[in-house]
Design a protein around this ligand. Structure first.
Ligand code: AMP
Length: 421
């Protein structure tokens, strides 16, 4: 009996993990440059936290959450996204008392029981940012600029920013009612999925990708034409800010997000290099969420971005740097005594920051040299019985083939000089 990873989950093997680390480091650098600080929250929470924030009737909560009862009978769920957890932590730790605008970022695994396909997994990873405490439309612009700055730092080309307003508690309900009535008239032309959503979540019908829905909703009224003066002014302000920064955008009146907590600004960054699941990033404003979760009324805005999808684009656009990490030094040894010396020497060199590998399989010198090649070692140091007697080693610089005899006492010095060049 052997075991396999669960459908929709993946192992990130060493041949790939260095790429993740490379991207994560760049993401962190940009987050820090924008003065966002990392938050790490548990991967599971009380189920009602997600039901309250994301919405009982959304696909995520009604169909996709990994929900289970623990041994004390509490209903817990693996987090399907992070905003709810971040806002929970914001309230629980009174973060707003220390700073009027709290800027947080995160990276980590999320869990949704979706139908797995390219770019859609059941355990996937997101990075994201949340800014809690300001209603200023310039902050919306700053958040969009942050997401774009990250893709730019990674070298990603050809992304498109789509933007819309999903209104607020004043203008959305009457629009929703009107939309429902209009959709009702064409319900027979809608897909099964949209017919089901018509009652529960009519706004989602608007961003359906199904061909028959597209036709049926072509001339439906759009929320952006029915915004209240406050939401309209906010939207125009955000657009003005984007123009001011020279950020290209497409207004998309059909863009509604799959989470109920959004208000006003909603946006997505998409890539044509992704195929059907083309969204790299989704985000928006959530001015009512903190209050909804029991905190003081506090506006906020954030975005979440899929890391697997980012990896697909980076791969497609050939943006990873050349090659995996290299071993700096391989110490080839012959005999137990030489091995013992090598272990000690390796400790010393590693404490100075070198990546050092040695042989633990008692291989022949020839096969140790092959291993050094496979590891792309920059240097190989050979220690056999003679070397132990003479207290001298041979160090070969692999790129040039140059060999040098170095006394035991001079080994660290040799690498201090060579490695720092
Ligand atoms: P959402 O939280 O649904 O707004 O998603 C934000 C981003 O996370 C999306 O734009 C995707 O890049 C990514 N994402 C969401 N769901 C998945 C999934 N099941 N598998 C992989 N990436 C996902």
């Amino acid at each position: 009996m052997t075991y396999k990873s669960i459908k929709g989950t993946r192992d990130i093997l060493p041949s790939e993990s260095w790429k993740w680390q490379w991207a994560e480091e760049k993401i962190r650098d940009v987050m820090h440059a924008f003065n966002f600080r990392e938050i790490r929250t548990p991967v599971f929470e009380e189920t009602p936290l997600f039901a309250r924030s994301i919405g009982e009737l959304t696909d995520i909560v009604s169909k996709e959450m990994y929900t289970f009862q623990d041994r004390s009978g509490d209903s817990l769920s693996l987090r399907p996204e992070m905003t709810a957890s971040v806002v929970r932590a914001y309230i629980q730790h009174s973060l707003g008392e220390h700073s009027p605008l709290v800027k947080l970022y995160y990276m980590g695994p999320m869990f949704r029981q979706e139908r797995p396909q390219a770019g859609r997994l059941r355990q996937f990873h997101q990075f994201g940012a949340e800014a809690i405490g300001a209603q200023n439309p310039t902050l919306d612009v700053e958040m969009i600029a942050l997401a774009i700055a990250i893709y730019e730092a990674l070298g990603v080309k050809k992304t498109t920013l789509k933007i819309n307003s999903v209104g607020c508690e004043k203008c959305r309900p009457p629009y929703k009612e009107m939309l429902k009535q209009r959709l009702w008239k064409v319900r027979n032309e809608l897909s099964q999925e949209s017919q089901r959503r018509l009652e529960s979540n009519p706004l989602r019908v608007l961003d359906s990708k199904a061909e028959e829905d597209r036709r049926a909703i072509a001339d439906m009224p759009l929320l952006k034409d029915h915004l209240c003066p406050d939401c309209l002014a906010h939207f125009n302000d955000v657009i003005g800010g984007l123009v001011g920064l020279g950020i290209g955008y497409e207004e998309d009146g059909h863009l509604v997000r799959g989470l109920d907590y959004y208000t006003k600004t909603a946006f997505e960054i998409i890539s044509k290099d992704l195929g059907a699941q083309d969204a790299l990033t989704g985000g928006g404003r959530y001015d009512l969420l903190t209050e909804e979760l029991g905190g003081k009324p506090t506006p906020g805005i954030g975005f979440a971005a899929g890391i697997e999808r980012l990896m697909m684009v980076l791969e497609k656009q050939k943006l990873f740097p050349d090659g995996a990490t290299r071993t700096t030094l391989f110490i080839a040894t012959l005999g137990r005594e030489a091995q013992r010396w090598a272990v000690k020497q390796a400790l010393e060199l590693r404490s100075r920051g070198l990546c050092v590998e040695l042989d633990f399989l008692d291989r022949s010198l020839k096969s140790q040299m092959r291993e050094a090649d496979r590891l792309r070692a920059r240097y190989v140091m050979i220690v056999g019985e003679n070397e132990m007697v003479n207290r001298t080693v041979t160090i070969k610089t692999m790129e040039t083939g140059e060999q040098k005899s170095v006394t035991f006492d001079d080994v660290t010095n040799f690498f201090d000089i060579s490695y720092n060049q």
